[in-house]
Each structure stands twice: as structure tokens, then as C-alpha cells.
Design a binder for this molecule. Structure first.
Ligand SMILES: O=C1O[C@H](COP(=O)(O)O)[C@@H](O)[C@H](O)[C@H]1O
Length: 242
């Protein structure tokens, strides 16, 4: 489902409300809420909002487990770290137990090794089904999502849940949940805004299958639901805005 908001304020409220609703449902059903966060710039304001009233008080934070959809392989105090952004905007402001924050980075470990470790962790915590309650995703101007970048071999992954590889154009390692794992989630919410996303978004949602060029096309939940929370600028090129 695509929801087009008049402005990013309304979009951020919808994202915060979705977090609260999914948390309540998951905690009522099984006592824990497994959520994967996105990085990049798009979710910053939504994370800040979630850390404020009235949203903050509506979440039982001691029953929340935080993961990431992807990470730039840089130390956790590096400004490029997705985790650092989430810490600054959200995690340092809510009473979430530190041991329930599963960073997608570890000092002194090779990224490929840590991808295997993270996959084992997910199998232990989520069970063999690997179904997150909620995954937030962003989308880059080029149509990438998580660290599923155009033309990369990770796009063809069918078995592994987590992969790490060197992203030559950015001169850095990336670690990412793979599309088969993301697609097992109960709910996936894309949050993106701005005119720079308009071209890729139109191709992703209305173009022919070109998932090696626009990797966000790979996100098609098996049994779950995908929501697109976008603003009018990002939606500008869409033909079907219903
Ligand atoms: O590098 C990344 O970029 C995407 C998109 O970020 P944005 O700044 O355009 O919102 C993000 O979803 C991903 O988590 C991040 O690693």
C-alpha cells in the first residue's frame, strides 16, 4: 500500500504510529517486539518523534529488540554509522535494555565473519522462520534499499540471511539483511521523501522488473505487508496515486 503525505511531518507521525502499533501487537502476542531500523537521512526526524511524547510512553521499551536492516562498516562512533544516528535520535532517549540492541558492527572482526555471526544471532532470536515483526527501510536516490545496491551480487542471494561485501563506489564494506530475509517480515515500511527519490520510486513501483538496477523492487513480502510512506515530492512522477 502506498500512502502519500502532504508533508514530512505527517509522514513521520504515521511512521511513529506504525512503530507503536506493531510494538503493541507483537508484545501482546509473544512478549517481545523485533524491529529492524533503517539508516540514512530519511528516518532521523521520525526517530526523534518516537523518542518524544506521546509516542515514547506508548511503547514498552524493555520488551523491544532492536536490529538494523543494514550498516556501513565503520566504528559505532563514526558519523557515517547508521547505529550512531539511531543512538543520537532515538535509542539514547528511551529505556531500552542495552543488551537488546543488536548492533550490526563489531570492532576487530571481519565484516564477512560478522555477517555469519549476525545470521546465527537472528536464527537464535527470531527462530528458523526469521520473521521480523517490523522492518523499516529507506530508499536511496538510485533505488537501493538497505545495502542492496544496483548491480551487486548480493541481489542474487537466495540462502544467506545476512551478507557483507565491499562496495567499490563508496570505498567501504557494507553489511545487510538480504532480500529473502527481509521478505519474511510481518510488516515492512519504507520511509522516504523528497524530489530526489521521484525518478527511482516511479521505476520501482510502476516500471518493468529491473531489480538489478532498482533493488527496492526485490522487496515483496511472502506473507506480510509492505507500506510505502512517502511525501508528495517523492510521489511526483507516479501515474497511479490512488
Ligand atoms: O546508505 C544508506 O542509504 C539508504 C537511503 O538513505 P537516505 O539518506 O536516502 O534516506 C538507507 O536506507 C540505508 O539504510 C543506508 O545505509
Amino acid at each position: 500500500m502506498i500512502e502519500i503525505f502532504k508533508n514530512t511531518e505527517e509522514q513521520n507521525i504515521a511512521a511513529a504510529e506504525q512503530f507503536v502499533q506493531s510494538a503493541k501487537e507483537a508484545i501482546a502476542a509473544k512478549g517481545i517486539f523485533n524491529v529492524a531500523l533503517t539508516g540514512g537521512s530519511s528516518p532521523e526526524k521520525f526517530y526523534k518523534l518516537l523518542a518524544e511524547s506521546p509516542y515514547r510512553e506508548q511503547v514498552e521499551w524493555e520488551k523491544v529488540a532492536i536490529y538494523w536492516g543494514d550498516e556501513r562498516w565503520v566504528p559505532l562512533d563514526d558519523d557515517k554509522s547508521n547505529a550512531k544516528m539511531a543512538e543520537r535520535t532515538l535509542l539514547s532517549h528511551v529505556p531500552i535494555p542495552k543488551e537488546q540492541i543488536y548492533f550490526m558492527y563489531k570492532d576487530g572482526v571481519e565484516p564477512e565473519t560478522y555477517a555469519l555471526d549476525y545470521e546465527h544471532l537472528l536464527k537464535k532470536n527470531l527462530g528458523p522462520e526469521g520473521s521480523f515483526d517490523l522492518i523499516f527501510l529507506g530508499m536511496g536516490d538510485d533505488g537501493h534499499t538497505a545495502s542492496l545496491f544496483p548491480g551487486e551480487a548480493v541481489l542474487g542471494e537466495e540462502i544467506q540471511w545476512v551478507d557483507a561485501y565491499f562496495l567499490i563506489p563508496q570505498d567501504m564494506y557494507r553489511i545487510t539483511l538480504t532480500a529473502p530475509l527481509i521478505n519474511k517480515a510481518k510488516k515492512i515500511v519504507f520511509v522516504l521523501y523528497g524530489e530526489k527519490k521521484a525518478h527511482a520510486l516511479q521505476q520501482v513501483l510502476e516500471g518493468p522488473d529491473q531489480h538489478t538496477k532498482y533493488p527496492s523492487q526485490l522487496i515483496k513480502p511472502t506473507n506480510g505487508e509492505v507500506l510505502w510512506f512517502i511525501d508528495e515530492a517523492a510521489a511526483a512522477n507516479l501515474t497511479n496515486k490512488a
